[in-house]
Design a protein around this ligand. Structure first.
Ligand SMILES: Cc1ncc(COP(=O)(O)O)c(C=O)c1O
Ligand SMILES: Nc1c(O)cccc1C(=O)C[C@H](N)C(=O)O
Length: 414
């Protein structure tokens, strides 16, 4: 039987405890939705103020040079690189995951055409935008050149064979929180001469990632979840050094040109990671990401992973301690190591439960048709947060407060 005193001791002994003070979190709120939108680091507020008031406000257009706005995508990419096990120069910050996937998938399809392969394989439970981008590309290029096939997540590894051109996979499933073995998938893809593209949306910043060591070919990820870059913050692209200069991304915008400020009428692609830029960077958002990434400068991602697993295990144990395991059916794997940093449960009234919890200051999210997700952000979630969150869940379920009519009106976005 776990007691609150033990949990308070866990918080006192937590090596990441001091990071919480670096975030601006509302009072009386337990935020378990950092897997969708990360919390606001206080330093981001200061940076955005400085960039708008001093840089934009005072220095105006000269800021492109004096504050080096023009290199922000590379600068921020270089800060993301160690977080995902990449080298500086192999990552760039830009656009959204969806747009970046379009660039990478198109480039990979084109790269493979000479090898007479056209098959992109992914799991049917991948995040929808990943599937849509592949489907859209097939529509654009025709199935002769690009043939998209989705398979069950459990079948993904076994379905990689000599017919596959590209494996498109997300490390942590947004719905179930299941974590796939990217090293194994990469090995298998390479044994069969296929390329692998990995979506790191639910893993970047919350666990160690070793893109170089795993020899992943290409990757994308977002900065608005565990990297705390803010709503709509720009995403990132990673391209293995061995492929740089050999790919041609389709959005031949001027920022990907070898010398954009020569204003030449002819496009000549940059041979490095900069080719994956398209247009002008969103300076204010990117400055916010840049500031948020300062929190990762001296951070040991293994200790982040350790705490993430402890938070998840504690949550799971407390659910059992309250006897809730028959009501909330866990969708996430039983084995903590096979999970990302979230737990998802099926519950017939998941939407209503979510709303009743928000009313009690516990923020989780609902995913159709009947899942509730709890995300654990080790930099600002405490063990005591978990205790109080599960108390609130128990309170709502035991009292059947989720059946109150006021919770039954669904919103478009949660
Ligand atoms: C795995 C995954 N990929 C992609 C996205 C969407 O990325 P974007 O909105 O940056 O295109 C999300 C969530 O928004 C996601 O969870
Ligand atoms: N990116 C989002 C947005 O713009 C609005 C609402 C939610 C999101 C999300 O991040 C969804 C998220 N990728 C998920 O795991 O469901």
């Amino acid at each position: 039987m776990i007691k609150l005193d033990e949990i308070k001791t866990l918080d006192k002994q937590d090596p990441l405890h001091s990071y919480r003070d670096q975030f601006s979190l509302p009072k009386n709120t337990i935020y378990l939705d950092g897997n969708s939108l990360g919390a606001l680091p206080t330093r981001v507020k200061q940076r955005v103020k400085a960039v708008t008031e001093q840089q934009w406000g005072e220095d105006l257009i000269s800021s492109w040079n004096t504050h080096d706005w023009v290199s922000l995508p590379q600068q921020v990419g270089n800060k993301i690189a160690p977080v995902i096990g990449a080298n500086p120069g192999d990552v760039i910050c830009c656009d959204s995951i969806s747009v970046n996937l379009f660039k990478l998938l198109s480039a990979a399809v084109q790269f493979n055409t000479s090898r007479q392969r056209n098959k992109i394989i992914s799991s049917s439970d991948n995040f929808p935008t990943d599937l849509y981008i592949a489907q859209g590309l097939q529509g654009l290029l025709g199935s002769e050149k690009c043939h998209f096939v989705d398979v069950e997540e459990e079948q993904l590894l076994s379905q990689i064979d000599d017919s596959v051109a590209i494996v498109l996979v997300t490390e942590v499933n947004f719905r179930s929180g299941k974590r796939l073995d990217i090293a194994a998938l990469t090995r298998k893809a390479h044994q069969h001469g296929a390329l692998i593209i990995v979506d790191l949306a639910h893993s970047a910043g919350v666990m160690p990632i070793h893109l170089n060591d795993w020899q992943v070919d290409m990757a994308v990820g977002c900065t608005y979840k565990y990297l705390n870059g803010g709503p709509g913050a720009p995403a990132f692209v990673y391209v293995n050094r061995a492929l740089q200069g050999r790919l041609q991304q389709p959005i031949a915008g001027w920022f990907g040109h070898r010398s954009p400020f020569e204003f030449s009428p002819h496009y000549v692609a940059d041979t490095g990671i900069k080719q994956f830029l398209a247009g002008t960077p969103s300076v204010i958002s990117m400055a916010a990401v840049d500031a948020a990434l300062e929190l990762f400068a001296d951070l040991d991602l293994q200790s982040v992973r350790t705490k993430s697993l402890q938070l998840g295990s504690l949550f799971d144990e407390l659910i059992e301690q309250h006897g809730l395991q028959d009501k909330l059916q866990r969708l996430s794997p039983t084995e903590p190591e096979q999970r990302g940093s979230q737990l998802s449960y099926a519950f017939d009234y998941a939407y209503e439960l979510c709303q009743a919890l928000i009313d009690r200051g516990v923020i989780a999210d609902f995913r159709a048709p009947n899942y509730i997700r709890f995300g654990f952000a080790p930099l600002y979630n405490s063990f005591e947060d978990i205790w109080h969150a599960v108390q609130a869940i128990n309170d709502v379920i035991a009292s059947e407060a989720y059946k109150e009519p006021r919770w039954s009106k669904r919103q478009a976005v949660t």
